[in-house]
Design a protein around this ligand. Structure first.
Ligand code: NAD
Length: 502
């Protein structure tokens, strides 16, 4: 069957900036990306709207309970389809699973720009150029079947193996901040482990999620696999999520999102992986290269308009370097230093009685300033101000390029303030320091799943840092950066008194 493509779609050409993913570059990703973004014209806004219309038309044609390439009207039907597909996946060789994964990788790169533009258009959040990079990162750095390993003991009493087996059908809930990135990343890992998956995506990102799910199932079919390795419903709601959480055929739940969804999954009575909220502080001490720290922090903070849960959300700087840091951020890194009146206006704008103003989440610094009547040039990419740690724009997880700087009288005070600001999420924290003892003290005190030293936060995902990529960081339940092995169960297989050939 011919894989579906929107009419007029041009395959995205590999861009030089993607060298960063292959380890040929390091910092400064953002600068390259910004120029990159202006050159990116392969997929127009109009084309993205046409893609959405096409998805809606396809869903209407396939409106029957049989569904369309993994998309169903009813959650129970979606789970049944994933269950049937899982029987086929479990019977596959690892090579066959890997073949599907390699096609998913290729298709993700081919569709990176469509997915990026759809995500921004549908959610109103983020930056197209950065989202393109995130899709390439997922395609290239998400572990596949190589992550499924066997442990063996052999000796006088025979041979014992511990193998990683599938859970079966996994129920996954995904956020609107990285909608297709999370769906593709989860599916690669879950499939490598022999599972299939049913998603209850964020309703605000449903078209982007459906496009990704169609793409995943097309990859499976192209490799001779089933049509429903990843399933969902046309209209995900809290109710469809509840059906999924209670369903007898779902044996593992994976929640990527804020505290509400993680708590819901962990209260379900089923095994759950909880990838929850963060509020990552970045600490800068007197031994840091301050100019580089300013560059790294602003690059990390502004990546995809601060949507990643790992991104720098506030700075704690020791007193002696705070001014110098602010100087470099403002004079060299495109930061706008907001005065008290502007900070008050931003606070009223970003934080409403009901919590975060969703219209501000993932918006650029220029757009946010525009909303309070401040016009700035296009090169302004971050808003900075000094404040106490209790200031709501500092203590709340904003997911906007607004960086409050908290002064600390010395390193111990800085650690104490950063630990307070992390709120016990145990998610991510970062530090700029050349003092190994300081780094160790901070790492022990803050105890997070991720700690990036002397680099932008995105180094933790594989941009300019070693290691694999994930968009589900299980901070609450302790798996850390999830990969295929996290979606498997350990099984011991014992042969007594034989097969030891030493
Ligand atoms: P969100 O919590 O509003 O939504 C996430 C998902 O959970 C959505 O699909 C939503 O429909 C669903 N949901 C929300 N409350 C629910 C409930 N009570 N029961 C069932 N489902 C529920 O989050 P968002 O705005 O989409 O994403 C941003 C949040 O997610 C931030 O807090 C960010 O830190 C976090 N996040 C964490 C990770 C990680 O890997 N740890 C990754 C991305 C985002």
């Amino acid at each position: 069957m011919k894989p579906w493509r929107p009419e007029g779609f041009t395959e995205t050409v590999e861009k030089p900036c993607l060298e960063i993913l292959r380890g040929n570059g390091r910092n400064g990703v953002i600068a390259v990306l910004e120029s990159e973004r202006n050159e990116t014209v392969a997929v127009s806004e109009q084309l993205v709207q046409d893609v959405v219309k096409e998805i809606i038309a396809r869903l209407q044609i396939d409106a029957g309970p049989g569904g369309s390439r993994g998309v169903f009207k009813d959650m129970n039907t979606a789970i049944e389809a994933a269950k049937q597909a899982q029987k086929k996946v479990q019977a596959m060789s690892m090579d066959q699973r890997e073949k599907i994964i390699s096609i998913i990788r290729r298709k993700t790169k081919e569709n990176a720009e469509v997915l990026a533009r759809m995500g921004v258009q549908e959610t109103g959040m983020g930056n197209v150029g950065h989202k393109i990079l995130k899709h390439h990162l997922v395609a290239e750095r998400t572990p596949g079947t190589e992550d499924i390993t066997t442990t063996a003991w052999s000796g006088d009493r025979g041979l014992t193996l511990v193998e990683m087996g599938p859970f079966g059908v996994i129920g996954a809930i995904t956020p609107c901040t990285n909608p297709s990135e999370t769906i593709i990343c989860n599916t690669i890992g879950m499939l490598a482990g022999g599972n299939t998956v049913v998603f209850n995506p964020h309703p605000q990102a449903i078209m982007t999620s459906i496009f990704a799910i169609h793409m995943l199932n097309e990859a499976s079919m192209e490799a001779g696999g089933p049509e429903t390795i990843a399933c969902t419903v046309e209209n995900p709601t809290l109710e469809t999520g509840n059906v999924m959480m209670k369903h007898k055929d779902i044996s593992l739940l994976v929640a990527t999102g804020g505290p509400g969804v993680v708590t819901a999954v962990l209260s379900s009575g089923k095994r759950g992986i909880g990838a929850g909220a963060g509020n990552p502080p970045v600490l800068v001490d007197e031994t840091a290269d301050i100019r580089k720290a300013a560059e790294d922090i602003v690059n990390g903070c502004t990546f995809d308009n601060n949507l990643p849960c790992i991104a720098e959300k506030e700075i704690v700087a020791v007193e002696s370097v705070a001014e110098e840091l602010m100087y470099y951020m403002v004079s060299e890194q495109g930061c706008y230093q907001a005065d008290k009146e502007e900070v008050d206006k931003l606070t009223g704008l970003a934080l409403t009685q009901k919590g975060l103003n969703r219209k501000c989440v993932g918006r650029s610094a220029k757009a946010l300033l525009g909303m309070i009547g401040v016009d700035v040039p296009d090169n302004i990419r971050c808003i900075v101000f000094e404040g106490e740690k209790e200031h709501p724009l500092i203590s709340e997880e904003l997911m906007m390029p607004i960086l409050g700087i908290v002064r600390a009288k010395d390193f111990d005070d800085a650690v104490e303030k950063a630990v307070w600001l992390e709120h016990g999420n145990r998610h991510s924290a970062h530090i700029h320091s050349k003092n190994v003892d300081h780094i160790t003290q901070y790492a022990k005190a803050i105890d997070t799943a991720i700690l990036v030293k002397n680099a932008p936060s995105y180094a933790a995902l594989g941009f300019g840092g070693e290691g694999y990529c994930t968009f589900t960081i299980a901070s609450r339940t302790g798996e850390g950066l999830t990969s295929a092995s996290a979606f498997t169960k350990r099984r011991r297989c014992v042969m007594s008194d034989s097969l030891c050939i030493r």
